[in-house]
Design a protein around this ligand. Structure first.
Ligand code: HEM
Length: 407
């Protein structure tokens, strides 16, 4: 059987438009809004002819496919590869890339480590770190905000919260880049990210070992689940790996994208300054408006149907969260960045049993950062065009040149 990018190509289902676009083209990835709009306009699903698979971007169908774990499984991979037919580059995640009942055990162990109570205890230290970082950075009027702020803040607070005893920020960022880019095809973006694998994978594996973790961090809470007999020691290591995989590039992108949104919409930054308690909603609206995780796949586990479209067993479906989060059928003035809107229901953190288990932590980071920004900065001025970085599953910035005027 011929595979395309590790999955079996299906034929276009009747009534579904055949589209020759490459969603993984770097130009599409840098500037995806036209792709998002066309995807929604073409119907509930399109057939991506070069990958022999489906894609959806309207809110209702994207939510249905992404959250219905019994028909659309994650155990066959959330990227282009079908793990039943092709081997993944690393042992699969025991939380993201599994289905019930296995999923529940791992998920429970993570939820304990990332509970609202556990995250509440971190809030003060996040705020102190965000305030200190902004105090330092506004000494220099012109910055490149991706490296100066978006990468620095999460890689300061997250490893500490995890309890990592040695921290190499770049290794954490590069590992996240590998994990997300590996979900796409064997393109230049994926190859560039994977080029560092030989060096980075063993270093990440070492960071996940019990001996390399502080006694009071989130990672050790996961090992305590192993001590209690809820999971094995090996599973604990893999769950720590899941947090290192998913907990850095996502928040780096979320914070960078928030800075971009606020720099492009000075009226919204003024509103945030006038009411810093809007920080939480401003971060949430950033997630809706820019979808840091832009698209993940599901695989149909049996013949089924959605919105009248027949979907055969084995079909890969690209669920374009970025398009669903901008669907005008779901959101009033969907294309407007509005930090006061009711943003509940967006898909940027997923939906259903796999919805982001780190969302409390991500929100706490975003809230601390934006609250410090609102109090310490009077104006954010772009000094050059922002540059977006191609990525096979995310929508991150590469460079964001800004001038921060102190309050
Ligand atoms: C703004 C930041 C973040 C965004 C946009 C984000 C986005 C997402 C999305 C869309 C999913 C669903 C994947 C799916 O259903 O296939 C997910 C799951 C997950 N996220 Fe996040 N995430 C963020 C931050 C974090 C953080 C900080 C952590 C760890 C501390 C984390 C850990 C995870 C894990 C382990 C899963 C898998 C959960 C499961 O399968 O049950 N994420 N995230």
């Amino acid at each position: 059987m011929a595979l395309i990018e590790g999955h079996r190509a299906i034929d276009a289902p009747p009534g579904v438009e055949i589209w020759d676009i490459d969603p993984y083209d770097p130009d599409v990835q840098r500037s995806p809004s036209a792709f998002y709009a066309a995807l929604r306009a073409k119907g509930p699903f399109v057939y991506l002819s070069r990958y022999g698979m489906l894609a959806c971007g309207r809110y209702a169908e994207t939510r249905e496919v992404f959250s219905d774990h019994s028909r659309f499984v994650s155990s066959r991979g959330v990227g282009l590869q079908d793990f039943q037919l092709d081997s993944p580059w690393r042992p699969p995640s025991i939380v993201l890339e599994v289905d019930p009942p296995e999923h529940g055990k791992a998920r429970r162990a993570l939820m304990r480590a990332l509970s609202p109570k556990a995250v509440a205890e971190m809030r003060d230290s996040f705020q102190i770190a965000a305030d200190a970082l902004l105090d330092e950075v506004i000494e220099t009027p012109e910055i490149e905000a991706v490296s100066a702020l978006a990468e620095t803040f999460p890689t300061t607070v997250f490893p500490k919260a995890m309890g990592l005893l040695t921290v190499d920020r770049q290794v954490l960022i590069d590992y996240g880049s590998m994990v997300f880019n590996a979900l796409g095809p064997d393109n230049e973006t994926r190859r560039a990210a994977m080029a560092h694998a030989g060096d980075i994978v063993p270093r990440i594996a070492a960071q996940c070992e019990r001996a390399n973790l502080a006694p009071n961090g989130m990672a050790m809470t996961i090992y305590k689940a192993a001590d209690a007999g809820d999971i094995t020691e090996g599973e604990a290591g893999l769950l720590v790996r899941s947090l290192l995989s998913a907990g850095v590039d996502t928040t780096v992108t979320g914070i960078g994208n928030a800075l971009w949104c606020l720099s492009q919409n000075p009226d919204q930054f003024d509103a945030l300054r006038a009411e810093p308690s809007l920080a939480t909603n401003a971060f949430e609206e950033t997630l809706r408006y820019t979808s840091p995780v832009s698209a993940f796949c599901r695989t149909a586990n049996a013949d089924t149907e959605v919105a009248g479209v027949a979907i055969p067993e084995g079909a890969k479906i690209l669920c374009v969260l970025g398009a669903a989060n901008l669907d005008p059928g779901q959101w009033e003035n969907a294309d407007r960045f509005d930090i006061t809107r009711k943003v509940a229901g967006h898909l940027a953190l997923g939906a259903g049993i796999h919805s982001c288990v780190g969302q409390n932590l991500a929100r706490a980071e975003g809230q601390a950062f934006l609250s410090a920004l609102a109090r310490k900065v009077a104006r954010i001025e772009p000094t050059a065009e922002a540059v977006w970085r191609p990525n096979n599953a995310m929508h991150p910035l590469d460079r964001l040149p800004l001038r921060l005027i102190p309050a």
